[in-house]
Design a protein around this ligand. Structure first.
Ligand code: NDP
Length: 290
């Protein structure tokens, strides 16, 4: 292995800390005006895999001074009852941000539930209104993971204009929105997906990319040998392998070639959580008249 990995590590914590410090200041200003922002999560049933994520969310919210409320709903809740809970929260002036924790039981359609969230309280940026606003470059709440990836890349200080980006994954929550956000930074994007792999073309797209964003959810699928010398590698993947959390990129081999690489864990995730808090403060302003 060549190069010093430590100096290339693009850790999430410094950026997350600065976002949280700004958020805490924003919250303080709101409190001085008598507004006490509150973030609410709806959890249907109990998903053990979400526990760590939700606890982390709660801890981060409390650390910056944001109220955090968790609604635990029975896994047998009907579609109508669930829509009723969302509507009640949409109308509650004391709740400013709403997240529907996934997965949902099969009888509840994720898109129907998420799209019922008021766009002004949609702190994860998942509603068609906020997705559309991002697409159009208009004001709105942006999807947190996509924004976290974009902010991490910008934090390197590298001039992004005209850079070649390979985004691997085209989901609505990561791949598609991050492609739009990076397009807005004047990069040139190639969006890769499972058919890019099946037709044997993924390696060539990765090999010419100045920036690689891996968001496919397959441990170590992106080989280190594919990475161009000096590329920036952002690994959004969160996978469990042999009891360890690993990313989508073959870390050591990729780190040997990259100029910057995010670790898993310790990369994108903490910035995503910090941006969720920031989005809640932004949401308060969206809910203010005028
Ligand atoms: P999805 O499963 O919704 O989407 C995966 C995407 O990757 C699909 O577009 C799929 O293509 C593509 N894909 C799957 N296999 C391959 C392959 N072999 N080659 C090329 N493309 C492939 O996942 P998410 O977008 O929700 O999540 C992706 C990863 O990011 C996961 O590991 C997830 O845990 C993580 N994540 C991390 C977050 C964070 O804050 N750090 C937040 C959200 C997710 P196709 O469309 O053709 O099926």
């Amino acid at each position: 292995m060549t190069g010093d990995i430590t100096s290339k590590l693009l850790k999430g914590k410094p950026l997350a800390d600065s976002i949280l410090a700004e958020t805490a200041k924003g919250l303080q200003k709101l409190k001085e005006r008598g507004i006490y922002p509150c973030l609410c999560t709806i959890e249907v049933g109990a998903d053990p895999a979400s526990r760590y994520y939700l606890e982390n969310q709660r801890r981060t919210a409390e650390k910056v001074g944001l109220k955090y409320e968790s609604r635990q709903l029975n896994e047998n809740i009907s579609r109508e009852e669930m829509l009723g809970v969302i509507e009640e929260i949409n109308r509650d002036p004391d709740i400013h941000g709403l997240i529907i924790n996934l997965p949902l039981p099969k009888h509840l359609a994720v898109s129907e539930m998420q799209w019922s969230i008021s766009s002004a309280k949609d702190v994860e940026g998942v509603t068609p209104h906020n997705m559309g606003a991002m697409f159009l470059g208009a004001r709105g709440l942006k999807p947190c993971t996509a924004l976290a990836i974009t902010e991490l890349i910008k934090s390197t200080g590298v001039d992004l204009k005209g850079k070649e980006v390979a985004v691997i994954g085209r989901s609505n929550i990561v791949g598609k929105p991050v492609s739009m956000l990076l397009l807005a930074e004047n990069t040139t994007i190639t969006i890769c997906h499972s058919f890019t792999s099946r037709t044997g073309k993924l390696e060539s797209h990765v090999a010419r990319a100045d920036i690689v964003v891996a968001a496919l959810g397959v441990p170590g699928f992106v080989k280190g040998s594919w990475i161009k010398e000096g590329a920036i590698v952002i690994d959004a993947g969160i996978n469990e392998e042999k009891g360890k959390m690993v990313g989508d990129v073959e870390f050591e081999a990729a780190a040997a070639r990259a100029s910057y690489i995010t670790p898993v864990p310790g990369g994108v995730g903490s910035v995503t959580t910090a941006l969720l808090m920031k989005n809640t403060v932004d949401a308060v302003y969206m809910q203010q008249p005028g």
